[in-house]
Design a protein around this ligand. Structure first.
Ligand SMILES: C[S@@+](CC[C@H](N)C(=O)[O-])C[C@H]1O[C@@H](n2cnc3c(N)ncnc32)[C@H](O)[C@@H]1O
Length: 256
């Protein structure tokens, strides 16, 4: 088979380090019968050891040439599509169980992929993703740190997350310009009576000018919603813990 020339526009950095591949597979801990979906299988560096353990695996690949190669593998179900258009609810219905989602994600669209999957969190058992380490630092950040922001709040309310593996650039071909890491994300039970769209709007506004006090970024918006509860707006967005944002969104009338 002709060697595949990596395509930059698809964020293609292929894993070549066997020790790292083993480490990622160990963290995922695939078991036969798991309903697993891999995003961006590429040249099958993770796909091969995963499917050996699982027996069956669904993969979502946008690159037509790579999808064609993968189709020759009888144990794979290949979905040739942009993952941002994939309905993971339908995949879960087909599997008849909650999904385990994994992937060495294309870094140029990693945040949109995380937000896309957020909608299907109740159909997902867990997620393991390779991402830029800097993005994972922001995902798992604590309040009152410079990494704490919109991404931290919007993911922490819905997932328990941990950084499980550091991955240096030389583990890939071609090497990316940044350090990478693997994050484990396990959906939490959704808090009652929470409109995610409202939480998203609130958090976006709060962090729109992170150096300003919330009085300036949120004050009028809260008044317009006739909010009369307790919420200290004499703070900066980065000082407010996730559960306070959730409680505030729960106390407001829904936007939909
Ligand atoms: C960083 S590479 C990882 C490849 C392989 N899993 C590995 O670890 O060596 C990202 C993969 O995602 C694929 N990809 C890029 N954009 C995509 C999208 N929107 N939907 C699905 N797959 C995509 C790329 O073609 C590539 O195979």
């Amino acid at each position: 088979m002709k060697p595949h020339a990596p395509r930059k526009r698809f964020g293609q950095h292929f894993l070549t380090d066997d020790a790292i591949i083993d480490g990622i597979v160990r963290e995922i801990a695939p078991r036969p019968g798991d309903a697993m979906v891999e995003i961006g299988p590429g040249l099958a560096a993770l796909t091969q050891p995963l499917v050996e353990r699982l027996g069956r695996l669904t993969v979502v690949e946008l690159d037509r040439d790579l999808a064609a190669r993968l189709r020759s593998h009888p144990q794979l179900t290949v979905v040739e599509a942009d993952v941002l258009t994939v309905d993971f609810g339908v995949l879960a219905d087909t599997a008849g169980q909650r999904l385990r989602v994994v992937g060495n994600l294309p870094y140029n669209i990693s945040t949109p992929i995380l937000f896309h999957l957020l909608r299907f969190a109740d159909r997902i058992a867990d997620q393991h993703f390779m991402l830029q380490k800097e993005v994972i630092d922001r995902m798992v950040a604590d309040p009152a740190t410079s990494d704490y922001g919109r991404l931290s709040v919007m993911l922490q309310w819905r997932y328990a997350m941990e950084n499980v593996l550091f991955v240096p650039p030389e583990s890939f071909d071609p090497p990316p310009r940044v350090d990478s890491a693997v994050v484990r994300m396990v959906p939490r039970e959704a808090p009652a009576a929470l409109d995610p769209a409202l939480l998203e709007r609130l958090v976006q506004l709060a962090f729109s000018q992170r150096r300003k006090l919330l009085r300036n970024t949120l004050g009028r918006w809260l008044d317009e919603r006739h909010f009369e509860g307790r919420f200290d707006v004499q703070r900066r967005a980065e000082e407010v813990p996730v559960d306070e944002y959730v409680a505030l969104a729960q106390a407001l009338p829904s936007v939909s």
